[in-house]
Design a protein around this ligand. Structure first.
Ligand code: DP6
Length: 362
């Protein structure tokens, strides 16, 4: 879709060395992307809230390469100031697949320095923030060299498309407040290829909204998201699940437009439990929730029942529980976490996060 053989640097007029820095946040899906086909295309539309405090900072330094190797991409890579061969190999392979989109990458020497606002082992998904930050740097570099992405909407769409190829959920991090990824007639211009912003379609309640991430375990997951998506191919409930997500999207959008927290919360919790149910009935079956996750879920439901306060949970593909609630009950919820939930967290850890304004160029 974005292959462009004209994006080649004129060697008689090379750019001065420089650098680009982006900060990009993670996001939390309310309707989940789980199951994909082809080149990172989703089986159903998903909707997420863009977060703020869980982010990746990525700097991309570039200089013309006087001795290009011809084949590969010349890359130095640092994660939290240290060389990291495993991450480097992943990023290098990703950049090489992007050669038809950004042919100029092979003409440059690149240095990428990246780091997260949260500890790598916190069990907080970092692929969405990391891949969106990298995609934004690449689009800024293209625009700096060729002036081809001057229109903000054009820039964002391409960044979202590139981010998707790195990690599906990353395409939704490019936009403020909320985004939808995947075809649906209910959102104008929605596509399987990139996410679109829906922040303008939601009630202010969801712009002053919190997602505190309770770290039940930071151990490496037994089954990666990538492997989990692949297992959907043989899951007997797959088609029913995809249909459910498609039907649910307009219901969620309507609830978010009107500020209907009750419907929002029902969908959010059902999506989380459905995601984990799909894992449990995959072949082979697996379980990522832990006793602490279940204990928290039960406590959240009992708290809501007893107080009537709109506190809900969701889960990623892991044991950590995300607490979703509007800003107006923050003091009550934080007290509840401290008194009742913190004991289920690894070393009492949780990350306070909230709905944010999207990525920033630094
Ligand atoms: C459960 O985006 O991590 O968080 O495309 O293989 O990188 P890849 O998968 P990834 O899957 C995210 C799954 C999820 C739901 C969601 O974010 O929609």
């Amino acid at each position: 879709m974005y292959d462009n053989p004209r994006l080649v640097i004129d060697s008689s007029n090379p750019p001065e060395p420089g650098s680009i820095v982006w900060r990009s946040p993670s996001n939390i899906a309310i309707i989940k992307y789980w199951g994909k086909y082809g080149l990172q295309l989703p089986r159903n539309p998903s909707l997420s809230l863009t977060l703020a405090s869980s982010f990746t900072d990525t700097s991309l330094e570039y200089a013309i390469n006087d001795n290009p190797s011809g084949s590969g991409i010349d890359l130095e890579f640092y994660f939290h100031q240290e060389e990291n061969e495993a991450f480097k190999a992943k990023i290098q392979a990703f950049l090489e697949t992007l050669a038809p989109v950004f042919p100029f990458l092979k003409q440059l020497k690149l240095v990428i320095r990246t780091g997260n606002s949260f500890p790598h082992s916190a069990g907080i998904a970092s692929s969405a923030s990391a891949m969106s930050a990298l995609a934004l740097c690449l689009c800024s570099l293209e625009d700096m060299l060729f002036g081809t992405l001057q229109e903000p909407d054009v820039f964002d769409r391409k960044a979202s498309w590139v981010a998707r190829l790195g990690s599906g959920s990353a395409c939704r991090s490019v936009f403020p407040h909320a985004a939808v990824w995947g075809e649906t007639q209910h959102v104008k211009e929605a596509s399987n290829e990139y996410a679109v912003p829906v922040g303008d379609l939601i009630h202010d309640t969801f712009k002053d909204f919190h997602d505190d991430i309770l770290i039940v375990s930071s151990d490496e997951k037994s089954v990666s998201s990538r492997a989990g998506h692949a297992l959907m191919d043989g899951n007997p409930f797959a088609e029913t699940r995809y249909a459910q997500a498609r039907q649910r999207l307009p219901v969620l959008l309507d609830a978010m437009r009107t500020g209907d927290l009750d419907t929002f919360g029902k969908i959010a919790e059902d999506e989380a439990l459905t995601l984990h149910a799909l894992m449990m009935c995959s072949n082979p079956s697996y379980l990522l929730m832990q006793p602490g996750s279940v204990a928290i879920i039960e406590k959240v439901r009992a708290y809501r029942q007893a107080t009537g306060r709109p506190l809900y949970f969701t889960l990623d593909a892991g044991p950590n529980v995300h607490l979703l609630y509007p800003g107006e009950i923050i003091h009550e919820v934080r007290a509840f976490i401290e008194e009742e939930l913190k004991k289920y967290c690894e070393n009492g850890r949780y990350q306070e996060d909230w709905v944010g304004e999207g990525p920033e160029e630094m």
